[in-house]
Write a protein that binds this ligand. Structure first.
Ligand code: GUN
Length: 291
């Protein structure tokens, strides 16, 4: 059996089209959803991501500003900027690109963002809401994975989902979102002994470790759905994921490629959250894009 390839680019396009239509309706009422993205320092990967994020906003008719600071920025200066944005009526979403330079405490920064504008879904209030099954901003990458699963008709209820990786940005919230949809969830991580014993039992395997080929054919149950969140480079400098795509695609039922898998969904859900925030702030009913 050869797996169906989940086309993240086309799913992202479909969802972005729906978002663009909603943005147009808001603009007709003189409401323009606005996102502020803060980049501190010169991390080239971060710079690429934030450029894509601000461009995607503009492409959909949203307002977006990129605020750049030098590597030496102090925590106090960053907190002042966040406070200003918290009170800026043109801004509905605030995103501080991580990681931050070592002199800045990431937790203090996330705490300072108004939960109503936390379109990353990283604020403890929003994480708490997610954990208690309330509607809120969900972290963009795991949320994008949930939308992909819905699009392929995979219902997590009663399924065994194994998450490899326990980051605050992907692994932990991914497990929670799947649990909220009644999956049985197992977390694996760097200290897990006998990884294969767990992954081999997965109906759904989500891999977010940041290490090439951590999941190979022998780790996967025939017919499993395999979602690869990894972003690495291979020996030729080409982008690749955490899963040995060629080997695993022979036995999975569905698999995401890297690139053109989960990546395009992360930015799409950021756009979705920014639209949602603008609607929340203007107390408009969210009548489409239920997930
Ligand atoms: N760094 C890597 N992924 C993300 C993300 O989703 N949001 C932010 N703010 N920083 C990141």
């Amino acid at each position: 059996m050869s797996a169906k390839i989940i086309d993240g680019t086309s799913i992202a396009q479909e969802v972005r089209q729906e978002i663009a239509e909603e943005v147009k309706k808001l603009r007709d009422q003189n409401i323009v959803p606005g996102l502020a993205v803060i980049l501190v320092g010169n991390n080239q990967a971060s710079r690429r991501y934030v450029t894509m994020k601000t461009k995607a906003c503009k492409d959909l008719g949203m307002h977006s500003v990129l605020i750049e600071f030098p590597e030496e920025l102090t925590q106090e200066e960053l907190l002042l900027k966040i406070e200003e944005l918290n009170h800026d009526d043109a801004i509905h979403g605030i995103l501080v690109q991580l990681p931050l330079p070592s002199q800045i405490d990431e937790i203090a920064v996330i705490d300072a963002i108004s939960p109503e504008k936390d379109v990353d879904g990283f604020h403890p209030i929003n994480i708490g809401k997610m954990m208690t099954g309330q509607d809120t901003f969900y972290p963009c990458t795991p949320y994008g994975v949930m939308v992909m699963l819905e699009k392929i008709g995979f219902n997590p209820e009663g399924k065994h989902a194994v998450i490899v990786g326990r980051s605050n940005i992907v692994g932990k919230p991914q497990g929670q979102l799947l649990l909220n949809q009644n999956a049985t969830v197992t977390y694996c991580h760097s200290k897990t002994q006998d990884l294969e014993a767990f992954t081999k039992n997965a109906d759904l395997l989500v891999v977010a470790v940041g290490k090439r080929n951590v999941i190979r054919r022998e780790h996967v149950k025939p017919g499993a759905v395999v979602i690869d969140v990894g972003m690495n480079t291979d020996d030729n400098g080409k982008l690749c994921g955490d899963v040995d795509f060629e080997g695993v695609k022979e036995i999975a039922s569905y698999i995401t490629p890297v690139p053109k898998g989960v990546g395009p969904m992360t930015i799409t859900m950021l756009l979705f959250n920014t639209l949602k925030s603008a609607k929340n702030i203007y107390s408009l009913k969210l009548d489409t894009l239920t997930c």
